[in-house]
Design a binder for this molecule. Structure first.
Ligand code: KG4
Ligand code: ZN
Length: 334
């Protein structure tokens, strides 16, 4: 029998809906909220309001593009967490209302697990076990993925996430939010070895990105004071150098994790996995270490409901449904 699931993502500043049939994505529609750009970061209350106005048109569009009538749905899934409480509440309430109205089961999805399961949307799909460097605006983790539902976090950041490091350094450079794609863009024409920044080395497989942000801030202040206009004139080299440093910190721990576990199936997931420097470095490193690498399509790296739908598909197969009393979990662990 067919399983047709509608999935909703509303954890941060993207309102997204997707339809999946028997594990194949039929549609994936996302509205990115431009309202936050003026504030240099996501404003939680504005995010909730934008989700409220986006959610009906986005869900309708996802159903139309999938050519699925809502009466054909077998389940409705939503991101339960982690994320912003008010933003999550919009998706949660909407999914619950659809489940009641249509008399279909409800499926809760962990956003970070879903980022990892984005690898199963398209070929080639990784074999288990695999290691996944999960790098987003709120998380930086090395995850040992044993199956679609069994995941162990074996390394994590002790302070800022990698995406935050990109966004905060971009802000110091006067670049608009979100800064990650901006740094990526400028870095393409810059010299990655023009400047060196000291990255903090943490014990084991953990990360720390707060030190580099501070070192970067002092470097820019001093350079700009001694040589006004330094930032504008050297934007490409500065971006290439900071990006190179962040990637180096990520790759060091990923290589350590691969050597400690002996696992050669390696994936990346989350918004920062859209970074062209990280993608290239991963491919080069894979060649040197005989890894099989898995890099999701750009569309499935940053927040999207297709990955929520993929995670929901596995939960549907496992009969893992939730009752209507579930609430959002802003700080949900993998
Ligand atoms: O996964 P995501 O879309 O949302 C969260 O779950 O946080 O990740 C957003 C993060 C932001 O910090 C953004 O700057 C970063 O991913 N990002 C990038 C790139 N595209 C998005 N960072 C570096 N290079 C990129 N190309
Ligand atoms: Zn995300």
């Amino acid at each position: 029998m067919d399983s047709i699931i509608l999935a909703i993502e509303s954890s941060c500043d993207d309102t997204s809906a997707a339809v999946i049939r028997n594990g194949h994505i039929l549609s994936n529609v996302t509205a990115t909220q431009a309202v936050h750009t003026a504030y240099g970061g996501v404003v939680p209350e504005l995010a909730s309001r934008a989700h409220q106005s986006n959610i009906i048109p986005i869900v309708s569009e996802a159903l139309i593009r999938a050519n699925i009538h809502k009466s054909a749905l077998n389940a409705v899934a939503f991101t339960q967490g982690p994320g912003l409480l008010g933003a999550l509440l919009v998706g949660t309430s909407f999914a619950k209302a659809m489940a009641i109205g249509l008399g279909i089961p409800l499926i809760t999805v962990n956003h970070m697990q879903a980022h990892i399961l984005a690898h199963f949307i398209e070929e080639p799909r990784p074999e288990f076990p695999f290691l996944c460097l999960t790098v987003s605006g709120g998380h930086t983790e090395i995850v040992l993925v044993k199956s679609a539902m069994e995941m162990d976090v074996i390394g994590r950041t002790q302070d800022d996430a990698a995406g935050e490091a990109f966004d905060k350094t971009a802000k110091l450079l006067g670049l608009p939010y979100p800064g990650g794609p901006q740094i990526d863009q400028h870095a393409r024409t810059g010299d990655a070895n023009a400047y060196r920044f000291p990255g903090t080395d943490m014990p084991g497989l953990d990360f720390s990105f707060s030190g580099i942000k501070t070192a970067f801030m002092y470097f820019l202040r001093k350079a700009e004071k001694e040589d006004p206009g330094f930032i504008t004139r050297n934007m490409a080299d500065i971006c290439a150098s900071i990006q190179h440093t962040i990637i180096g910190m990520l790759m060091k721990k990923l290589m350590q994790a691969a050597s400690e576990t002996g696992i050669k199936n390696i994936g990346i997931a989350g918004g920062v996995s859209a970074n062209s420097g990280l993608r290239e470095t991963l491919i080069v490193t894979a060649g040197q270490h005989n890894w099989n690498v898995f890099i999701p399509d750009f569309e499935y790296c940053t927040d999207n409901a297709a990955m929520i739908a993929m995670a929901a598909h596995y939960k549907y197969l496992a009969n893992d449904f939730s009752d209507l009393s579930v609430s959002p979990k802003p700080r949900m662990a993998i």
